[in-house]
Each structure stands twice: as structure tokens, then as C-alpha cells.
Ligand binder design. Structure first.
Ligand code: PEP
Ligand code: MG
Length: 605
């Protein structure tokens, strides 16, 4: 901490750098913990329309609550659905609604901030009673309030434009993937959060969008105000508030160097990822949103190794129509032409989409809960609708590649295959063309599947190793919890041995294996994966060139020897030491691969 510059004190904060790059600009602070509400004054002639907007939001919330209640009654248990009756009653409660309306009128302030303040007032009164019953009701009250505020957001005349100007660095207690995407569209140039871990979806998204990001800054939202000048270094995890003139000059030069380096790397776009002894590696991209397709093309991706489809549910409604699914898949498949596209079925749960449509009850451990394939098998109508859209979008194509996330036992694959076949039959019965080659693959991201990889390899068409979750589940380390981020180590020998087992099983059974977790996007880890037997890597588009450059500087004999050595080590530290030593040497050598490719060809799903 320290210096004084033009009367403003300079502060330094250290966090976890999760997306490279330098950003310099004004901060835009949002308090996501306290519902990220804007508070603003209304002109006298705006008051009545604000009250109307509030009433509409209440009606929309009521419709949603009633629909969820009906679903829960039908699909789960009518007894459990009663809670939604209580929520409906709250939405009609004059003690909650009337004071909000009076205060909007008296104070001439927007509905979100008034309604939140009324809710807090009531909530504090209930909490003061110190009674279990009221503690529960308090929880319901906030649930109801958040729902109304969500609809107010949709009805807001400025919805989607919450960043006041271009070039801001967003500072938040935490950011969900939807907010990250929305802010990036509104031209945020950096993200800094109090919370979060290295493979949280916000971090992944920031990397995909090539926007610098730092997580785990603890209380930074308490110190920084909107409009404060900040510098962030996403590689080092450093944030500087009120920088000195010297710091501004230093980081501006560093920012320009970084941009130049990025442009230089882009020159590799047309070159293959090939080792110095001619082994070709397929470089695929992970896609989070269809509007990343330009980036994917600019970075020379050879296909999509992981198309995450959760974005379809990040629209605030928590649901997506079959037509919306279909349109997105068609857009991606058409743009990619003959290049392979692996479409992953919805991986809802964990740190992704939270919506009472899917998990009506708060889960204590969402990463171990009703996530991904588990939700799909519990709610087959949702799964069917997604599969039908995928098949329809791929109609007329040679291949369709569908991947199931979070598989933990073979029964899930079998059950999913039955549903897929029913959908295929329906398509045929309706006279629709279906692709002749249906490839059904799985994410290998739960240790049970890696251990039984040889069994799974007999029943699926391809594997894609999801190291983000494989690390989390193998080491029992929550991937988004910054307190245990130091224990989250993809280099742990236990993880590396599991990866090797999967690569070997794929090879023995002749099915393609790729890696689509973040591990593939880090050059020194990517070459280690190649040493372990992988020939297809999938990563955020902006990482492709740096990984390609690393691949073009190594040879297979060295990589295989490295892989053998790390598998015998006993800790992540030892592995990282060895990797740093080898990678430091290899990546600095001026070597060029040959133009021809050996028979050890890349395989892709
Ligand atoms: C993974 O777990 O490595 C993966 C690619 O899936 P996601 O990050 O979407 O959970
Ligand atoms: Mg995963």
C-alpha cells in the first residue's frame, strides 16, 4: 500500500489472476451480494408509470410462481408445492406491496431500490423475532423479492445497458456467467471479483472473451467506488487503485506489449499445431455463446470440441423454447460447415444456471447435486426437447456429435441412449431426415468414469476429459471457492494418472479422446497432455495460438519421457517444478516443425 498522488492514496490488492491482460480505466462497482440494485430519482411525471411497472413485475412473478408450483405438484410432490402458495400469498400481501407503492410515490425513487428496502425492513423485523418459523418465512420473503426484482430488470427501459459507458472495469462481489457475458457485450474491459476460483464459469468466460480478470480479491468492493481509476494486471492478479503517474506509464507500456504479443500469436493462425517431429494435434475451441464464433474463426480453431449449451438458460427466464435451441444450433452448425462440432447437453447446476424451474429446493452442495445428466434424466421432457432440437439442426448433415456431461455411472449412459433413440424414432416417424452417423460421447469429469474408462469405452463413441470438474471431484476441492483455490491442482499426480488411464482406454478401444477442460489452454500443461497420449485439445479460442506455439517447439520423445516422469512423482509441487524446468527450456528454443505430418495423426471426436 501506499504513495500519495494528487491527493489520492494508491492502494494495491492481490487476488488470483484468471484471465491475462492489462486493463486501465474507471471502475464500475456493483454489489451483487445485495442484489446489484441501482437507485435513482424519478421525475414527477414518471412516478405513475413506475408504479405500473412495479405492478406488472408483481403479476409476472405471480405467474412464474404459480407455474413452478404446478410443476412441483405434478412432478415431485403436491405437499412440497405448498410453499409456492405461501409465495403467492406474499405477492398479494398489503404489508409488503402497499408500502412499496406509497414510498415510490413519496420518495420518487425507482421500484427496485424501494422494494428492496421495504423487503429488508420487513425481513429485519421477522429476524428480530428469533423464531424458526419466521426465519423460514424470511428466507421466502427474500426469494419472492428477488423474483420481482428479476422481472423489474426485464421491464426496465435500460435493461441490458447497466454499464454506463465503454471501457469500464467491472468490480463485483461475485459475477455469474450471464452477468459476465452481458457486461462484456456492454464493452467492459476487465472483471475483478471478491470471490471466485480459477475455473469458475466467470473465469472461463473472461478467458474465452480475452478480457482480463482477477478473482478472490476479498473485500475490494468495499474500497473502490464507481469512477475511481484502476489498473488491473490479469496475469499477476494485481489491482491498483488510484495509480501513480509512473505506474500508469509502466502498465500502459505493458498493455501495449501484451496487445502486440497477442497480434504476433495470431500470425500462427494458418499454421498447424505440429510437434518438431511431425505429430499433428487437433486444435478445437470451446464455445460458450454463439456470438463467439468470430473469435473462434479468427484464432483458427479446427472445430468445436465443446459447445456448452447452458447459455440458452441464462436469459433470466430459466427456460428456453425448442425453437430457441434449434436456431442456436443451426447457426453454429451452419457456420462451422464440415468441421466437427461437439454439442454438449445442458450442464445446469453447479455454478451455472440456478433457477427454481430446475432445482426448486436450495441444494446444500449443488456441485454434488441435481446437475447436468442427473437433471436431464429426472426431467426427461427437458432432455428430449434439447435432443430433438440438436437432431433437427443437424438434419441433412453426415454426423451429429452429442456429449453428455457429468456422467458418473454406466446406467446414465444407457438411459440417455434410450431417450436419444426414442427421439431419433420420432424424427424419422415425422418424416425428418436424421444424420446417418450419430456419435454419442461423454465428458470424463468424475473419477468413477476415469477409473472405469475401459468399461465406458465399449459403450460410447468418444471421451472428452473435463479437467475442471475432474480436478474438483478427484481432490475434493470446490472449483469456485477461493479459500481452497491453492489446493485446486490439475498437476496433482492423482489427476494425471486418471488422465493417462482415460487416454490409454480410448486408444485400446479405438475411440477418440480429447481434453476440453481449462488444463488444455495452458501451454505447459497442454504439452504434458500430449505426452500423456492426447491428440485433440479443446480450449477457449483466445488460448489456441499460445498453445500452438508451445506445441511447435517440442518433440514427442521429450514429451513422453516427461509424462513417464511426472506419473512417478508424489505431489503437484514436484510436477510443477519439473514442468517449469522443461517448459522454460523447450519454449525458449528457436525450433520449427517440419512441413509434413507423421503417421501419428490427430484424432478428433
Ligand atoms: C470441465 O469440467 O472441465 C468442463 C469442460 O466442463 P465445465 O467447465 O463446463 O463444467
Ligand atoms: Mg464440467
Amino acid at each position: 500500500m501506499g504513495t500519495r498522488m494528487a491527493g489520492k492514496r494508491t492502494f494495491h490488492f492481490d487476488g488470483l489472476g484468471v484471465s491475462d491482460g492489462i486493463a486501465i480505466g474507471p471502475a464500475y462497482v456493483i454489489d451483487t451480494k445485495n442484489s446489484q440494485l441501482e437507485s435513482y430519482h424519478l421525475a414527477a411525471d414518471e412516478v405513475e408509470s413506475e408504479i405500473l411497472r412495479f405492478r406488472q413485475a408483481i403479476e409476472m412473478a405471480k405467474e412464474e410462481v404459480a407455474a413452478i408450483g404446478r410443476q412441483v405438484a405434478e412432478k415431485i410432490d403436491p405437499q412440497q408445492a405448498k410453499i409456492f402458495d405461501a409465495h403467492l400469498a406474499m405477492l398479494d400481501d398489503p404489508y409488503l406491496i402497499d408500502p412499496a407503492i406509497s414510498r415510490i410515490r413519496e420518495e420518487q425513487r425507482n421500484a427496485e431500490s424501494i422494494f428492496w428496502s421495504v423487503t429488508k425492513g420487513l425481513g429485519d423485523q421477522m429476524a428480530a423475532l428469533g423464531d424458526d418459523y419466521f426465519a423460514e418465512r424470511n428466507h421466502d420473503l427474500y426469494d419472492v423479492a428477488r423474483r420481482v426484482i428479476k422481472f423489474l430488470g426485464e421491464l426496465s427501459p435500460t435493461a441490458g445497458q447497466s454499464i454506463p459507458r465503454d471501457g469500464c472495469i467491472v468490480i463485483a462481489s461475485d459475477l455469474g456467467p450471464a452477468e459476465t457475458a452481458q457486461f462484456s457485450r456492454n464493452h467492459a474491459i476487465g472483471f475483478c471479483t471478491d470471490e471466485g476460483g480459477p475455473t469458475s464459469h466467470t473465469a472461463i468466460l473472461a478467458r474465452a472473451l480475452a478480457i482480463p480478470a482477477i478473482v478472490g480479491l476479498e473485500f475490494v468492493t468495499h474500497y473502490i467506488r464507481t469512477g475511481d481509476l484502476v489498473i488491473m494486471d490479469g496475469s499477476a492478479g494485481k489491482l491498483i487503485l488510484n495509480p501513480s503517474k509512473e505506474q500508469l506509464e509502466f502498465y500502459e507500456a505493458k498493455r501495449q506489449d501484451h496487445m502486440r504479443l497477442r497480434e504476433d500469436l495470431l500470425k500462427l493462425r494458418e499454421l498447424p499445431a505440429i510437434t518438431t517431429d511431425g505429430v499433428r494435434i487437433a486444435m478445437m475451441a470451446n464455445l460458450e455463446f454463439p456470438d463467439e464464433l468470430d473469435a473462434l474463426e479468427n484464432h483458427g480453431a479446427e472445430g468445436i470440441g465443446l459447445f456448452r449449451t447452458e447459455f440458452l438458460y441464462l436469459n433470466g427466464r430459466g427456460s428456453a423454447s425448442e425453437a430457441e435451441h434449434y436456431e442456436s444450433y443451426v447457426a453454429v452448425l451452419q457456420r462451422m460447415g464440415n468441421l466437427p462440432v461437439v454439442m454438449r447437453t445442458m450442464d445446469i447446476g453447479g455454478d451455472k444456471v440456478h433457477d427454481s424451474n430446475f432445482t426448486p429446493f436450495q441444494e446444500a452442495n449443488p456441485f454434488l447435486g441435481l446437475r447436468a445428466i442427473r437433471l436431464c434424466l429426472k426431467r426427461p421432457e427437458l432432455f428430449r426437447s434439447q435432443l430433438r432440437s440438436m437432431l433437427a439442426a443437424a438434419s441433412g448433415m453426415e454426423h451429429v456429435r452429442i456429449m453428455l456431461p457429468m456422467i458418473s455411472s454406466i446406467d446414465e449412459v444407457r438411459a440417455a441412449r434410450v431417450i436419444l433413440h426414442e427421439c431419433l424414432d420420432d424424427q424419422r416417424a415425422a418424416g425428418k431426415e436424421v444424420p446417418p452417423n450419430i456419435h454419442l460421447g461423454i465428458m470424463v469429469e468424475v473419477p468413477s468414469v476415469a477409473i472405469l474408462a475401459d468399461t465406458f469405452a465399449r459403450e460410447v463413441d468418444f471421451f472428452s476429459i473435463g479437467t475442471n470438474d475432474l480436478v474438483q471431484y478427484t481432490l475434493a476441492v470446490d472449483r469456485i471457492n477461493k479459500s481452497v483455490a491453492h489446493l485446486y491442482r490439475p498437476t496433482h499426480p492423482a489427476v494425471l494418472r486418471l488422465i493417462k488411464m482415460v487416454a490409454d482406454a480410448g486408444k485400446a478401444h479405438g475411440i477418440p479422446v480429447s481434453v476440453c477442460g481449462e488444463m488444455a489452454s495452458r501451454p505447459s500443461l497442454a504439452v504434458l497432455l500430449i505426452g500423456l497420449g492426447l491428440r485433440t485439445l479443446s480450449m477457449g479460442p483466445s488460448s489456441i495460438s499460445a498453445v500452438k506455439r508451445a506445441i511447435r517447439s517440442v518433440n514427442m520423445a521429450d514429451l513422453e519421457e516427461l509424462a513417464q516422469s511426472v506419473l512417478l512423482l508424489s505431489s503437484a509441487e514436484e510436477v510443477e517444478e519439473l514442468l517449469a524446468e522443461r517448459a522454460g527450456y523447450w519454449f525458449s528454443r528457436p525450433t520449427e516443425p517440419p512441413e509434413t505430418v507423421t503417421s501419428n495423426q490427430a484424432n478428433s471426436a
